[in-house]
Design a protein around this ligand. Structure first.
Ligand SMILES: O=c1[nH]cnc2c1ncn2[C@@H]1O[C@H](COP(=O)(O)OP(=O)(O)O)[C@@H](O)[C@H]1O
Ligand SMILES: [Ca+2]
Length: 492
């Protein structure tokens, strides 16, 4: 009996020692693995893009881990600054002052980006439809505006890479890159999402379509090779079909008679504002001539009827002829839609304000009908903080969006739910700027980068379980092969 107890004690001691040693070994192994592979103190690089839109300019600052320039490191937006005042194209009267408007946002960027990174931080400015229209009207004025912004950007401490008017194709295609990059669809090579961008002066539609887009309409085809995958993109930018220019087109339609007042179904009942004919007809988008009347202004009166508004809006599109196999509107080729779609910029602002970001097409129509018919005084009372210009136009803008997406792009009740209205994806704004910078800095490689077979967390976990298994096996060996144990069994 005493021999048995002695043997048992020795056995327990050995088990405890082995367990302690085993656990210590596993902890040491896993800690070493974690520490060895722990990323070094994260350092970031930065990039700045100015989006000089028709209504305003915004400065976006992006950052990415310094050691992952063109690898898997995700570039993300860290800050955005809205430039005070209107877009740079509105400085056509005093082009020299366009640059000065950017100064405070550029100072903000200087204070946010670490001093040591200033010199190597690329800085781009891309101007969109407002400047395209100004260039159409007066190339010399648009050049002077660009020189003025160039002067200010060149004097900043960043690595200035140029200010230019980007093309509609670039605006559409880089919006698509941004949305798919941020939702991580490019690296996975999985299905992509189309991009719908509504600005003030133009609107863009981009989605992956069949390769024959290039055969039917080369100007609408863009190809990308990203992370080892080829993408054939359909893209089109409709100049003059941003929501501010679309409103001018609709008003021009309704003021052709030259009357002193216009009853507009796209504005709330009780809304009444005097507008100059010049403000409607001065845009190069408005082809119809100014009516031959002596008066300078008309009274814009709201009637608040969304279905009549949709009829007014429909008339600004030309559906009469198409020289391709199929068209959206204005004789522009469009292949069959391939969803899903992300709709951003003013698509989001408007639909979010009207609470129409979810639900069926029919319910959106009904909600809009009710919203448009509400008196203007009531709307103003309910939203004292909303800019009056935006507030007055939401009924028109909502009706325009529904008509553009259905009559224009051919979305139906069935495909309506393919559209997601988005502002940001993983903290970064949806828009063309990120895609533009990724492209110019070659940050999306054409081929997929080599990656270790296991992510870091997976590697540590695997190591842990293998160690545990080894320890368990050792324990089993000890349990069955220990000589004392055998002799004890014999004695009993
Ligand atoms: O909060 C908002 N509510 C409604 N519309 C907005 C809001 N913020 C911006 N917008 C509109 O979004 C549009 C942005 O267009 P942008 O200035 O980018 O023109 P572009 O892309 O045609 O050059 C403008 O029509 C502007 O009025
Ligand atoms: Ca824009």
């Amino acid at each position: 009996m005493s021999c048995q107890t002695k043997g048992k004690n020795a056995w327990y001691k050995a088990v405890i020692i082995i367990t302690v040693l085993g656990i210590t070994a596993i902890v040491a192994l896993v800690t070493t693995a974690v520490l060895q592979n722990k990323p070094l103190l994260q350092k970031y690089k930065y990039g700045i893009v100015l989006d000089a839109g028709s209504s305003h300019t915004a400065v976006y600052i992006y950052e990415w881990p310094a050691e992952k320039d063109n690898d898997t490191g995700r570039v993300q937006q860290t800050h955005s600054c809205k430039v005070q005042g209107a877009g740079i194209s509105s400085y056509s009267v005093f082009p020299g002052q366009a640059g000065a408007s950017l100064k405070s946002c550029m100072k903000e960027a200087e204070s946010l980006i670490p001093l040591s990174r200033h010199l190597e931080t690329p800085l781009y400015l891309g101007a969109t439809a407002g400047m395209r229209l100004l260039r159409m009207e007066n190339q010399s004025l648009s050049d002077q505006v660009l020189w003025s912004v160039e002067e200010v950007l060149q004097s900043s401490p960043f690595s200035y890479q140029g200010a230019r008017i980007i093309t509609g194709q670039e605006e559409g295609a880089f919006g698509w890159v941004t949305v798919n990059y941020l939702s991580d669809r490019l690296k996975q090579g999985s299905g992509t999402t189309g991009a719908l961008d509504l600005g003030g002066a133009s609107t863009q539609i981009s989605f992956v379509a069949n390769q024959d887009v290039a055969e039917e309409s080369a100007e609408n085809a863009v190809t990308f090779r990203l992370y080892g995958n080829d993408y054939f993109l359909y893209t089109h930018s409709f100049l003059c079909y941003g929501k501010d220019q679309a409103l001018k087109l609709a008003l021009a339609q309704q003021t052709q008679s030259g009357d002193s007042s216009v009853l507009d179904p796209c504005f709330h009942p009780g809304y009444s504002v005097d507008r100059s004919y010049f403000s409607v007809y001065s845009s190069p988008c408005v082809m119809a001539g100014k009516p031959l009347v002596s008066r300078d202004s008309f009274t814009h009166v709201g009637a608040g009827n969304a279905s009549l508004c949709q009829e007014v809006v429909r008339r600004i599109f030309n559906f009469s002829s198409c020289s391709f196999s199929r068209c959206s509107f204005n004789r522009v080729y469009q292949p069959p839609l391939q969803g899903p779609f992300g709709a951003f910029s003013a698509f989001y602002f408007v639909m979010n304000f009207l609470n129409l970001t979810s639900g069926s097409l029919e319910s959106s129509r009904e909600k809009l009908e009710r919203y448009c018919s509400r008196p203007w005084t009531q709307i103003k009372q309910q939203h004292p903080d909303v800019k009056e210009k935006y507030l007055a136009e939401y009924c028109f803008s909502g009706s325009y969006i529904l008509s553009l997406l259905t009559d224009g792009y051919n979305f139906t009740s069935d495909t309506w739910t393919d559209i997601t209205f988005i502002k940001k994806i993983s903290g970064s704004d949806a828009g063309w700027t990120l895609g533009y910078m990724l492209n110019l800095t070659n940050m999306i490689p054409a081929e997929a980068p080599d990656t270790p077979p296991l992510p870091h967390a997976g590697y540590v976990t695997l190591l842990f379980f293998i160690s545990l298994l080894l320890f368990f096996l050792l324990f089993l060996c000890f349990r069955f092969l220990w000589p004392h144990r055998n002799s004890q069994t014999q004695m009993i």
